[in-house]
Each structure stands twice: as structure tokens, then as C-alpha cells.
Design a protein around this ligand. Structure first.
Ligand SMILES: Nc1ncnc2c1ncn2[C@@H]1O[C@H](COP(=O)(O)OP(=O)(O)OP(=O)(O)O)[C@@H](O)[C@H]1O
Length: 292
């Protein structure tokens, strides 16, 4: 389906003690089935607000969002969210954490054995079948995040929504999980919308990168078609001029066209020079960073 998720003239205004605060205005985006979209922009521009609207965790104050032509009016099993901080229940094992969601979605129609099978397949997909009986405190941060991804995938959502899923992880674990996510999405053909601050992560994983202008009243400033064939190999891409051109376009948007509005607290700047980067910045990019 061409327009699997439709975001039409969406605006979001929050009522605050100081009066109305316009976070988003006139956001228009169509996401095709199976497409991988990254949302990138400076801190506080409204990426999570937009993702929450697609998740149905909040309703827009203007416009409408649709999934498969049905208006999004609340959360639903067709849209699963993975947050930065996995949010696993600490007293439940990995298996039980994943089982919980599976039971909620398929419990009325499937046997316990079928539900357990779904959980094991999802844990297997993220390489964690061996840790099924461990509690969250007994596994690493990267493993917890993988359980969070398994929990989302196990309910077979039509849309996978990820809010900085790897933001809290060290660079090597992040790179490993990016590769795993890439493999899983190729396998499941999930339609994915991911919020990230990491330019390399966006280029490596996305079909299109949606760049938001600075808030307040943020909107989509530009959309970059990545166009690199899959599967993508981070090592080979490091020297691929097409990869470097994509990266430079996003860095240019973030640092020259829409410079950092929150000097000192901005994470996008860190991300653009993060050790997880697959490519060394070009001289142009280095120069851009210096003027940003
Ligand atoms: N419930 C709310 N009430 C008032 N203002 C809000 C609310 N939620 C978000 N905002 C404001 O809306 C703007 C966008 O916030 P949002 O969390 O979506 O940004 P973000 O791009 O995801 O930021 P970050 O990259 O730092 O996570 C910010 O100025 C934020 O303070």
C-alpha cells in the first residue's frame, strides 16, 4: 500500500501554565508499507511528540493521522512502541515480559502453547532464547533493549515505532543492535518509524530521513531519500560516496540550515561525531561542524 501511515496537516499545541505552546504545525507525511523512516532534528523540536501521535498516545490538536486508512484515535496492537529505556517489568523474566503483550493481543484466540511459541520465536529473532528465564537485572543494557524489541515484534504490529531505541547504549552495542534491527526488519518487512539523534544510524537504517525544523511550531523541513541498496554493510559503506553524500546532507540540514537552538545541551551534535559513526567525516562536514 502506497500510503500505509498518513499524517495529514497535523499540529500539536500543548496547554501550559504560560499559555498555549505550539510544538508541531502542518506536518504532512505518507509512509509506505514496509518503509523505514527516521525522524531527526534538534533536541526539543517535536520528534517524540510526532511519534506519540502515530502511537495514539496523544491526539493531535489539528489534522489527522491514519493507519491503513483508519483514523488513529488511541493506542492499538497494530502499532508497537520501543522506548529508549526498555521499560521491562523488573519482577518478570524475559519470557514473561514478552508473554504479557502476546497474551493481551492473541490470548482470546490462541492456546497457551501457541502463545509461548510466539514468545520464543520473538526472543530467538533477537538472539535471546538462551536468556528467556533471566530477570531484567540479570542481563545487560543491550540485552534488555533486545527484549524490548522482541516484545514489540511478538505482537506482529503493522507499524514498529521506536523512540531513540539505542540512545542509552554504548557505541559497540548500538552498532550491533542496528545491524540486528536491519536484519529483523528485512525479515519481517515491518513498517518502521524511528526517532534518532544519530546521523549515521539514520542513514544506515532508513529508506527516507525526515528532518524536522527547530521548534516551537516545528514542521518537516526536508526529506532525504537514502536510496542505498540493502542489505547494507557498515564497513563497506564507510567509503561509499553515496553514503557520505547522504550523511553530509543531513549534517548540513542540522548544522547549517537549522543550526543548533540549544547550544550546550544538544545531543545531535554529539551524535554526528559519535564513535558509532561508520564513516569519517569529510573535510566539508568538519568545516560545517566548526561553524555550527
Ligand atoms: N505535555 C507537554 N506539555 C507541554 N509541552 C510539551 C509537552 N510534551 C512536549 N512538550 C514540548 O514540545 C516540544 C517538543 O517536545 P518533544 O519531546 O517532542 O521533542 P523531541 O524532539 O523529541 O526532543 P528530544 O530530542 O530532546 O527528545 C518541546 O519544547 C517540549 O518541551
Amino acid at each position: 500500500m502506497k500510503n500505509f501511515v498518513r499524517i495529514e496537516n497535523v499540529g500539536q499545541t500543548f496547554n501550559t501554565r504560560k499559555g498555549p505552546f505550539v510544538a508541531l504545525r502542518d506536518v504532512n507525511l505518507n509512509v509506505a508499507r514496509g518503509e523505514f523512516i527516521s525522524l531527526i532534528g534538534h533536541s526539543g523540536c517535536g520528534k517524540s511528540t510526532l511519534l506519540n501521535l502515530v502511537a495514539g498516545l496523544a491526539l493531535p490538536t489539528a489534522g489527522a493521522l491514519l493507519c491503513e486508512e483508519r483514523e488513529i484515535t488511541g493506542p492499538g496492537p497494530d502499532r508497537a512502541v520501543v522506548f529508549q529505556n526498555h521499560s521491562l517489568l523488573p519482577w518478570m523474566t524475559c519470557f514473561q515480559n514478552v508473554y504479557l503483550g502476546v497474551q493481551r493481543v492473541f490470548g482470546a484466540t490462541e492456546s497457551k502453547a501457541q502463545l509461548a511459541d510466539r514468545v520464543l520465536r520473538a526472543l530467538d529473532m533477537v538472539g535471546l532464547e538462551h536468556a528467556r528465564d533471566k530477570l531484567p537485572r540479570e542481563i545487560s543494557g543491550g540485552m534488555k533493549q533486545r527484549v524490548g524489541i522482541a516484545r514489540a515484534l511478538a505482537i506482529e504490529p503493522k507499524v514498529l515505532l521506536m523512540d531513540e531505541p539505542f540512545g542509552a547504549l554504548d557505541a559497540l552495542t548500538r552498532a550491533h543492535l542496528q545491524d540486528e534491527l536491519s536484519r529483523i526488519v528485512a525479515l519481517t518487512h515491518s513498517t518502521t518509524i524511528m526517532v534518532t539523534h544519530d546521523v549515521d544510524e539514520a542513514v544506515l537504517l532508513s529508506d527516507r530521513i525526515v528532518m524536522l525544523t527547530n521548534g516551537p511550531a516545528a514542521t518537516i523541513g526536508d526529506v532525504l531519500e537514502v536510496g542505498l541498496e540493502r542489505p547494507r554493510d557498515r564497513v563497506k559503506l564507510a567509503n561509499d560516496p553515496r553514503y557520505q553524500a547522504c550523511r553530509a546532507a543531513v549534517v548540513d540540514f542540522l548544522h547549517r540550515r537549522y543550526g543548533n537552538p540549544n547550544q550546550g545541551t544538544e545531543r545531535a551534535v554529539e551524535a554526528a561525531s559519535s564513535p558509532a559513526c561508520v564513516a569519517e567525516p569529510s573535510d566539508d562536514e568538519r568545516a560545517l561542524r566548526q561553524v555550527a
